[in-house]
Ligand binder design. Structure first.
Ligand code: DC
Length: 226
C-alpha cells in the first residue's frame, strides 16, 4: 500500500501547516510540492529574464540544480545547493509562480521529482501537499484530503501569518489576490485545482489548526497499518 497522504486545496487553506503537523504526529516526512514550483520560479526569475519556454526552465532546473532535499522530517527546497525556504516566500515569486506552474513540461518534471522523493523514503510515509496530489501525482494515495475555507478567512490567516494588521481593507485586497491565484490554478488546462472524486473535503473556516490536524491524523490511523 502506498504510504502517501495527499492534501490539496486553494492558496492559504492551511495545507502546508496541516501537512507538516500531521507528518510530525505520524513520524512521516512532509513534502510541500508548492515549494518546488516556487523554487523553480525563483531560479527562472534570477536566471532566465523575460519569457520562460518550458524546456529552458526544465534544463535550468537540472543544471543548477533545483531540488527537494530531505532534512529530518521535511523536504527542503534548494537552488544550486542553497536553502531557499525563505527566499521563495517573497512577493516576486508569489506573483509569478502560477504562470510557471501552468507549463505542462514543468509539471511533468515536478511530478517526477515528487515520485522519486516518495520512493526514496521507502517504508516511511510521506504527507504531500499541493493542488493536484490526489488527482494527478498520487491518484492511488489511500487518503486524500481537500481543504477549503472562505477567501476572507484565508486572507485573514495569511495576514496573521505575515504579522500584518488584519484590517478590513487589507483583508479585502488579500482576498482578491488569493481569488486571482485560485482562478489561475483552477482554470488552467493542465492539472487544474479540484478535489479528487474520492477526497475527503474538509471546510476549515470554523476549525482551528489543531482540530483539522486531529481529524486528518484520525483518518490516517484508521487507514494505515503501523
Ligand atoms: O501552495 P503554494 O502557494 O506554495 O503554491 C505555489 C503555486 O504553485 C500555486 O499558485 C500553484 C502551484 N502549485 C501547483 O500548481 N501544483 C501543486 N501541486 C502545488 C503548487
Amino acid at each position: 500500500m502506498l504510504r502517501v497522504i495527499a492534501i490539496d486545496g486553494p492558496a492559504a487553506s492551511g495545507k502546508s501547516s496541516t501537512a507538516g503537523l500531521v507528518a510530525k504526529r505520524l513520524g512521516w516526512a512532509h513534502l510541500d510540492s508548492g515549494a518546488l514550483y516556487r523554487a523553480l520560479t525563483l531560479a527562472a526569475l534570477d536566471n532566465l529574464g523575460e519569457g520562460w519556454p518550458a524546456q529552458r526552465v526544465v534544463d535550468l532546473a537540472e543544471r543548477l540544480p533545483v531540488r527537494l532535499v530531505l532534512a529530518a522530517d521535511r523536504f527542503r527546497p534548494e537552488v544550486a545547493g542553497a536553502d531557499v525556504a525563505e527566499a521563495i516566500r517573497g512577493e516576486r515569486v508569489t506573483r509569478n509562480v502560477s504562470t510557471l506552474a501552468a507549463l505542462p513540461e514543468v509539471r511533468t518534471w515536478v511530478n517526477a521529482q515528487q515520485r522519486l522523493a516518495v520512493q526514496a523514503c521507502g517504508d516511511r510515509g510521506v504527507v504531500v501537499d499541493g493542488r493536484d496530489i490526489g488527482t494527478i501525482v498520487f491518484p492511488e494515495a489511500p487518503l486524500k484530503i481537500f481543504l477549503t475555507a472562505t477567501p476572507d478567512e484565508r486572507a485573514r490567516r495569511r495576514l496573521f501569518q505575515r504579522g500584518e494588521a488584519v484590517d478590513v481593507e487589507l483583508v479585502r485586497r488579500e482576498s482578491e489576490a488569493l481569488a486571482a491565484r485560485d482562478a489561475a490554478d483552477s482554470n488552467r488546462r493542465v492539472a487544474p485545482l479540484k478535489p479528487a472524486t474520492d477526497a475527503v473535503v474538509l471546510d476549515t473556516t470554523a476549525l482551528t489548526l489543531e482540530q483539522q490536524v486531529t481529524r486528518v491524523v484520525e483518518l490516517a490511523r484508521g487507514l494505515f497499518p503501523g
